[in-house]
Write a protein that binds this ligand. Structure first.
Ligand code: GDP
Length: 209
């Protein structure tokens, strides 16, 4: 099974000018708080403590950058990329002024970041395509960013129910964002890990232009 081995924390940014200034390709991770974004990041990197960095006081509202190696089997030449953990959206306990900050910082990043190759949106399969997910998809479409949806916690549903949910999202997705794809994911069952790594590696390794 491929993972993004050797993931290391690079930096946190509250504003555009604090983001790394180079041309390393990036993939951003978005999702409602508690959807399973940290768990998915940890699993994709084969590293149980990775996304804990994003949770340390002072970092939860920032963009957190992790450098990863693109698996050699998926991109000969062993190039590197970055995964960017965006602040979880839509959590009620966040102070209103912090919530207001989310839009410009993340919105600006999604719109203007030249390094950004795609956005992974992590959704709890039991609450897929909530209002905020739809807003994120709409924003991504507006910015011309491809999206890949992880329907995570698939183990919480039976096999058939999970497939039904996947098909439901697949049917609706083209009308929301024509550059979006979706898959099942589960941390304990390790469902969809290879598929997600391959998809993200494909974005990170794609030639620019
Ligand atoms: P985040 O706020 O989006 O980063 O969410 P977390 O990764 O912290 O996950 C929220 C809760 O969901 C935690 O209790 C996780 O253990 C649990 N969780 C995350 N992914 C899965 C999964 O695939 N299956 C199950 N059963 N639980 C999960």
């Amino acid at each position: 099974m491929n993972t993004f081995a050797g993931a290391t924390f690079v930096t946190s940014a509250a504003e555009q000018h604090q983001c790394p200034a180079d041309d390393v390709p990036e993939v951003a991770f978005a999702g409602r708080s508690n959807a399973g974004k940290s768990s998915a990041l940890n699993t994709l990197c084969g590293h149980s403590g990775l996304a804990r960095v994003s949770r340390t006081p002072g970092r939860t509202q920032l963009l957190n950058f992790f450098e990863v190696q693109i698996p050699a089997a998926l991109a000969p030449g062993a190039r590197k990329g970055r995964l960017v953990d965006l602040p979880g959206y839509g959590f009620a306990q966040v102070a209103r002024d912090q919530r207001r900050d989310w839009g410009p910082v993340v919105g600006g990043f999604l719109q203007h970041r030249p390094n950004l190759r795609g956005i992974v949106i992590v959704m709890d399969i039991r609450h897929a395509l909530a209002d905020q997910d739809r807003q994120m998809l709409d924003w991504a479409r507006h910015c011309g960013r491809p999206c890949h949806l992880l329907l995570t916690k698939a183990d919480k549903l039976g096999r058939n129910a999970a497939r039904q949910e996947l098909m439901k999202v697949q049917r609706e997705l083209p009308a929301l964002h024509d550059g979006a794809s979706v898959q099942l994911f589960s941390v304990p069952a390790r469902t969809g890990v290879d598929e997600a790594v391959a998809h993200i590696a494909g974005w990170l390794a794609a030639p620019v232009g």
